[in-house]
Design a protein around this ligand. Structure first.
Ligand code: GDP
Ligand code: IMO
Ligand code: MG
Length: 430
């Protein structure tokens, strides 16, 4: 049975959480494959509203085994706090597993994230401050600590001590900051290791075996395809491979073992943090989407920048990742507008182009070329079937489908689970 991948096709916050919650119900395993506590995936269910940061969104479904795979960077302090809070609020999975290959985010990574951002000044990226860049840097430099290291407590504390001492050298000599208390951190890490150890296993081997047994595995993306370290608008990206290739690398599964790929796209665009955003709406129009869409970061609370649907950037995401179907979310946010716009090309230095430039400085000069469509000026919140959508909303979805070259399987018209139209089975194996 091929694995299903669900990922975001924009700069994050496409409503992946809702889509994953919806689809994970049917799966045996729900595995996060990239990123760390920089993610904020919102799920609204009978227990309340949840913003998942590291824990996979399907954790509430009985029988689903949530896992974190090798490509995730695990912040043990934040993970333990998140699991404890979820337990208090009704999530009691029988099992929860973390890959022994996953790297750790330790407190010095978070500290260094802040110093690096301060040092960038006007070139800052607007990171979430969760230590993601420094943790993936250590991983690539082969200086990282892995979750599996926690299984040998004596060696683990030695490694923590050594890494913290080195981090302190940077903190004091390069940034002029206060060193971390090495002994306190070592003690803290030993405690986290005791608590995390029972969750550690060879997640990737488990998943390959599950796929051989024909079980349904849903691989959960974080961030969005436009924030991918390679494919995204570098340097305004995150530090992981958020696309489908990242899922294969993280899980150690052959590319041919991936089946359904569901790409979540909002019906407009948002972006948190810095970086080029050709269709960004400034002034009242942007404020309108911010307000109606309640566009505040689920992790940092920062207001999200908002703009019209960018078919050039979205199509690029699909070209890079492939998609067997699309989940178009937040359609309802556009409900009361007189017209809606789709960016179908860019004008860059007087030339019309229909591709996403690889350089962020070039993308920053892109002027959007819009196609206008009539608005529908009525609520879609209560629509549950295609026929219940106003015809102008149907035309908007069909146009997105046409421009993306992929069918829409899900239309979301509100944050709640039932505010969803399923047009075809998103998990059907192609
Ligand atoms: P994720 O990171 O992709 O999971 O998305 P976030 O959870 O960060 O942001 C999506 C926000 O939109 C959350 O507050 C969701 O509850 C909300 N949301 C999801 N789908 C819809 C929808 O169709 N309509 C509206 N109005 N809100 C939605
Ligand atoms: P979900 O999974 C939106 C953005 C940050 C910043 C850049 C780098 O909820 O969609 P980082 O902390 O990763 O080094 O920050 O990436 N970013 C996100 N934006 N949603 C996310 O996650 C994001 N994760 C990181 O705002 O611009
Ligand atoms: Mg989010």
């Amino acid at each position: 049975m091929p694995a299903a991948v669900i990922l975001g096709g924009h700069w994050g916050d496409e409503g992946k959480g809702k889509v994953i919650d919806l689809l994970a119900e049917r799966c045996a395993y729900n595995v996060r494959y990239s990123g760390g506590s920089n993610a904020g995936h919102t799920v609204v269910n009978e227990h309340g509203t949840f913003a998942f940061h590291q824990v996979p969104c399907g954790i509430f479904h009985p029988g689903v085994i949530p896992m974190l795979a090798a490509g995730v960077v695990v912040d043990p302090e934040a993970l333990l706090a998140e699991l404890a809070e979820l337990e208090c609020r009704g999530a009691r999975p029988e099992r929860f597993y973390v890959s022994e290959r996953a790297h750790l985010v330790l407190p010095y990574h978070r500290l260094l994230d802040g110093y690096l951002e301060a040092q960038r000044n006007e070139l800052r990226l607007g990171t979430t401050g969760k230590g993601i860049g420094p943790a993936y840097s250590d991983k690539a430099a082969r200086d990282g600590l892995r979750v599996g290291d926690m299984l040998d407590p004596v060696r683990f504390v030695q490694l923590v001590r050594r890494r913290t001492e080195i981090a302190n050298q940077y903190i004091t000599a390069v940034y002029g900051g206060e060193p971390m208390d090495v002994d306190a951190l070592v003690r803290q890490c030993a405690e986290w290791a005791t608590l995390i150890a029972p969750m550690v296993c060879d997640v990737e081997r488990e998943i390959r075996a599950a796929l051989c047994r024909g079980q349904l595995v849903v691989l959960e993306g974080a961030q969005g395809a436009l924030l991918d370290i390679d494919a995204g608008s570098y340097p305004f990206v995150t530090s992981s491979s958020s696309g489908v290739a990242g899922a294969c690398a993280s899980l150690g599964i052959p590319v041919g073992e991936v089946g359904p790929i569901v790409v979540a796209l909002h019906a407009y665009m948002t972006r948190v943090g810095e970086g080029p955003f050709p269709t960004e709406l400034e002034g009242e129009a942007g404020q309108y989407l911010l307000r109606v869409g309640n566009e505040f970061g689920a992790t940092t609370g920062r207001p999200r920048r908002c703009g019209w649907f960018d078919a050039v950037a979205s199509r690029y995401s699909l070209d890079v990742n492939g998609a067997t179907s699309l989940a178009v979310t937040k359609l309802d946010v556009l409900d009361h507008l007189g017209h809606v716009r789709i960016c179908v090309a860019y004008e860059i230095d007087g030339k019309r182009v229909r591709y996403l430039p690889s350089r962020a400085d070039v993308l920053a000069r892109a002027l959007p070329v819009f196609e206008d469509m009539p608005g529908w000026k009525q609520s879609t919140h209560d629509a549950r079937r295609w026929e219940e959508l106003p015809s102008a909303a149907q035309a908007y979805i069909r146009r997105i489908e046409e421009l993306m070259g992929a069918p829409v399987s899900i239309v979301s018209v509100g944050p709640a689970r039932d505010q969803t139209l399923v047009l075809r089975d998103p998990l059907a194996v192609p």
